[in-house]
Design a protein around this ligand. Sequence first.
Ligand code: ZN
Length: 285
Amino acid sequence: MLDHYHRHAYDYSVRTQSMMTSEHRSSETPMIDERIEGLVRLCRGVRNVAVFTGAGISTESGIPDYRGPNGVWATQKPPTLGDFRTNEATRRSYWQFRKRSFPELISHRPNVGHLAITRLFDSGIVSAVVTQNIDGLHQEAGVPDRAVIELHGSARRVHCLDCGRVWDGREIQQRQDDGEELPICRNCGGPMRAQTVLFGESLPPEALRRAIEIARTCELMLVVGSSLVVQPAASVPLEAVRKGIPMAIINLSTTPLDDLATIRVPLPAGATLTTLAEALTDTQR
Ligand code: ZN
């Protein structure tokens, strides 16, 4: 597991020159492709679709894919949890950085891919979204919290490491803007940080349990923008395959599960999902 806080940390320093390649912009040109037509055929009439998303759905919102060829981790070693809990200096520098970076973190907006998934959810076709992303963009796009399972947490929330209480990140940002240099839990005085999974930490058990349950009971597993290499998150779509449930993969690069997919669409997520949502909601409404 990578350190999601630091993922975002590097995001802000590299995003301007890194990831907005022509590949990621091609959603501006809607395409009709026989592979998308195959995907539409596979999904037609199907309900209870589980969507599993990774970084690839958010690149079109300007958030880099850290594992892509230009990604941060191609050149830098991911940081580890270290001494966050015991070392005040570490926490202090973390919160200083977060104060500067949070406004940009929440400035990213959902793109057409997120909106297409919302449309499929509102139409009763998609029943749940399991995501590896910590950007909160599925909820920003209108999928209700109850239907989004965030395997790696969310950078938009802050939690107490001692009592577990959770705050909206904007509230803590306000406290910092009001002069608090090192925010602590107002419930128990414990140390706080973003509610994201750090390198070496295990996934939130309840989120993983729900994700596996969804994978086992859906009618179709639709993977979007995940390279399916981060474990144990990538074991979620595999669980569907083990149950004999068809899996479709929309991802620009190959994945270790490609051979198990019923269909693979190596095209940008935004355009593909838009075409899919239009085809399915026009005929199923
Ligand atoms: Zn607390």
